[in-house]
Each structure stands twice: as C-alpha cells, then as structure tokens.
Design a binder for this molecule. Structure first.
Ligand SMILES: [Zn+2]
Length: 491
C-alpha cells in the first residue's frame, strides 16, 4: 500500500478546517438559523410503537444554515419574474391575452404534437370563433419560447482525435481520423440556485443537518432524510461557520437515449439537492430533479476496436468535467443565494451522491466493469469473507496521474483501474466519489445477490431439478404479496 502520497495539488477533501485554528466568524449580518420542528414524516419512519422524541441540532457556533441580511430586499427568481411582468402590463400572463388563452396553450403543449397543433389552430371554430392571439404554429411556439425559461443551455463543440489513420484525407497515413460532437449543458450552480430558491419547496426544504432519536438517552437514531445522515454533519464541521450545504445528487441513465438532429444521440444527466425532502424529490411532477446535460454518444469509428472502450471512458469524464466546472469554485468558497423562504444564505453546493446502474458506476469510478466501484476486492476474491479496503480518492488519483505520465504501477493493475486523467471528480471539493454510489437494484440485487449467488447456492444444495420444481410449484397469483413499488427517481 502507498503510505505517503506526494501531491502537487491539494485534492479532495480540500481545505479541511484546522481544529487548532480559531473559527472564522460569519458576517456580522449573519442571523443564526431558526430550526423548524422535526418533520412529521419522521414519525412514520420510526419503528412501530416508537416516536421521535428528541432532535439533536448542530453546535451553535457552526451557524449551520444561517441567514444573511442584504441591503436590497431579497427576492426569489419567481418573485423577480412576477415583478417584471407587473411592471410590463399589470397582469402576470406573459405573452398571453387572458387566462383562457394561457389554459389553452398549456393544454396544447401537454397533449398535442406540432403537426396537430397547426391543424387545430386552423380549424374555423378556433380561428374565427375562439380567436386566440396565436393563429399559426410558429406564432404559438414563439410565444412559448418568450416565456421566462430558467437556467440557460450552453453548447460546446468537442473534437475527439482517434487513433486510426484517415487515408481519404492523407494517403501517407500521418493524419488521424477525428469526430466532432456537441455537448449541451446547464450550469449546475445556477440550477442549485433555482432549486433552493423555488418557493414551491418552501415547506419541504431544510438548510441544516439534524439527528432524530426515539429517546433522549439510549434511543434509536432514525435516519430518514439526507439532513439526518452522518455525511451532512461531517461536511458541516469542515466548512466555515454560517455555511449552508446543498448536497448534490446526480443521476444519469445511459438507457434513456435521446435522438437529435441527424443520427446523433445523447444520454441525460440530472441534478437534485438533498435539502428538498425525499418525498418531494421522488414526485416526477414536482420538477425537483432538473436536467443539467446531455452526454453525446459518438460513433467512435475513428478509434481501433481495442481502444474504443477506453476512449468512451475518457470522453465521459471530459464532458462531465466541463459540466461540473463551476462546482469547484462554489464548493470551495460558497455562494450567496436567495432561498425558498426569501432569505439569503451562504450556500455550498457539495457533490454527495451519484445514482447510476452498475456499469455506469464503473465508468464514473474509472474501474473495469468486472470490478467493485466502491472497494478494491478482486473478482476472484468476492465472497471470501475477507475485509477489502475501500477505494481511496487520493491514492486513485495519484495512480491515475502516474499512468497518464507513462508509469506502469502494479497497484494500478491490482485495483482494476482505467487510464483516465483527470476524472471529472478530481477537484470537486469535499467529495468522495467511491462513497457516493447508491445501490443498483437490477444489477446488484436481482442479477447479483439473487441470480449469481442465491440461485447458485440453492442449486448446489438441492439440485437443478428440485429448484425447477420449487419454482414451478409457486402459485401464479400469490395474491398475498404486492409487487414492491420501486422509486423511479433518486432518493
Ligand atoms: Zn466492494
């Protein structure tokens, strides 16, 4: 094992507060937070017959979730839009004439496609009797596009250089083939500001950690929300007093492909924050999870078949690095944001969790697909009842950087890593990518624990025929067990 790792730059966890150093005092304008009562759903998450009777708050000196006075009255994005509309015309209807017209527009967008919208607007009963201010599809979509639209999209064109010669361009074979693609993304820090400032989440939003217990002494701790988990407490202690943590939950799903112009396809990356209660985040219609990017999927035919897989890993990290860039500064010094309750806090967006299936976890952790993205167990050592150390961010980055420089380390091969440098998480403050993965039910429980292990053991014990017979003997409609409802969105 590597004991002392020399490092050129200070990599996560960064700038840990020195315990000897006197704590920085928050702004003189900072007001200590007022904590809401323990959430009512906490009662449901305790065991039957138990109730949350004791809530522990962070140390007062931490000023966790403190609010700040400002010279101007603080307004949420929604309030600013409302003010601007009132200044324009006195009625908050944007480009629409009246509420009826707005209701029709909402219905058309939700239920009617482009072609049918044009046909609908041309119907005489609509154009001559209802007379909406939009008479053609183009007018209608111009009005929709002029509505205030939240965080802007950015586009960056990337060139990827392959390793196969482009003989059409250069018969000597000296020029390599390349591919051009577009990366679309939205600034995650601005998306955090939009989520934390969304007044629709005012009642379900928390700005500081807490601990819930069934008794003040000797009771069981109830962990039921992001703010009741240990992680938030630990990070809060590392940040200066007066900080409010916005724990970022990212998710991406390669099976959710979107097709764009031509034959280009891309897969989506989503973001939400742990300040919003898990019940609200799970509601698909709540818009608590926002789309922050589309990762392009090129053809990769400029690469040799043997190097294509590594090229995919590298492109993923290059794109995610561009998307995540603004989080490095915001997670190092915080940013003042107007929150859902119209109060200003010093918000530190910190990457906390990544929801992805097992193959994507390997892609994110930069390990081979037959390895564990969390610990260093070797494929043949799984199930041997030994303890295997967790993957370490600093050590992994050190080995990946050396690989980049052409060094061949045995530890790099032992840990089953892929030669990517820098991975997108290299400079994200206070984050540990290997501790951020949530379980993948399909690959890890159903295909892993059940199919690869339990079924194999049972078959060995009672034989293939008996296992088949037992399965056949199960009634078609057991009736007594309802199919479990799996959350569609990350919690
Ligand atoms: Zn493991």
């Amino acid at each position: 094992m590597l004991e002392e790792i020399p490092f050129e730059q200070d990599i996560s966890p960064q700038n840990e507060t020195d315990p000897e150093r006197a704590p920085d005092l928050p702004d003189q304008d900072a007001t200590p937070p007022v904590f809401p009562p323990a959430s009512s759903d906490a009662l449901e998450d305790a065991r039957p017959g138990e109730h949350i009777t004791w809530t522990q708050r962070p140390d007062e000196n931490l000023f966790a979730g403190a609010t700040y006075k400002t010279t101007e009255p603080a307004k949420t994005t929604f309030e600013l839009i409302q003010d601007a509309e009132i200044l324009k015309g006195g009625v908050v209807l944007g480009p629409f004439r009246d509420d009826d017209e707005w209701q029709l527009a909402k219905w058309l967008i939700k239920h009617v496609g482009h072609t049918a919208t044009e046909e609908f607007l041309k119907l005489k009963i609509i154009s001559e009797r209802a007379c909406p201010s939009y008479t053609r599809k183009t007018d209608f979509f111009d009005k929709i596009d002029s509505l205030p639209g939240g965080v802007q999209w950015n586009c960056k064109t990337l060139d990827i250089d392959g390793d196969l010669p482009d003989l059409n361009k250069d018969p000597t074979g000296a020029t390599m083939r390349c591919e051009r693609l577009d990366l679309w993304w939205r600034d995650p820090v601005e998306c955090v500001a939009e989520l934390i400032g969304n007044s629709a989440f005012k009642e379900v939003m928390r700005y500081a950690p807490e601990k819930l217990f069934t008794k003040s002494e000797g009771g069981s701790e109830v962990i039921n929300q992001m703010w009741t988990a240990e992680w938030w407490w630990e990070i809060q202690k590392r940040l200066p007093p007066g900080s409010t943590i916005a724990p970022l939950i990212l998710s991406s799903d390669k099976t959710m492909l979107s097709n764009f112009r031509g034959d280009n396809s891309a897969w989506p990356v989503y973001l939400t924050i742990g300040n919003i209660s898990k019940e609200k985040r799970r509601e698909v219609s709540s818009n608590a999870t926002v789309l922050i990017g589309y990762l392009p999927i090129p053809k990769f035919d400029c690469f040799d078949k043997n190097t294509r897989s590594l090229a995919k890993y590298r492109l993923f990290h290059r794109c995610m690095g561009i998307i995540m860039e603004s989080l490095v500064a915001a997670g190092t010094s915080g940013q003042k944001m107007v929150c859902a309750d119209s109060l200003v806090r010093n918000v530190w967006p910190i990457f906390a969790a990544y929801v992805a299936d097992y193959p994507e976890q390997c892609l994110i952790a930069c390990c081979k697909e037959n390895r564990c993205p969390i610990c260093t167990v070797k494929p043949e050592e799984r199930g041997d009842h030994q303890h295997h150390p967790l993957r370490d961010v600093r050590e992994s980055l050190y080995l990946m950087q050396r690989q980049q420089d052409g060094e061949k380390d045995a530890q790099f091969e032992d840990a089953g890593m892929r030669a990517v440098y820098p991975p997108f998480w290299a400079n994200l403050p206070h984050s540990d990518i290997f501790q951020s993965f949530t379980p993948d039910l399909l690959h890890q429980l159903h295909k892993g624990v059940f199919k690869d292990h339990l079924v194999k053991w049972c078959t060995e014990i009672i034989g293939k025929l008996e296992v088949d017979n037992r399965f056949k003997a199960m009634p078609d409609h057991p009736g007594h067990q309802e199919k479990p409802k799996l959350p569609h969105r990350p919690t």
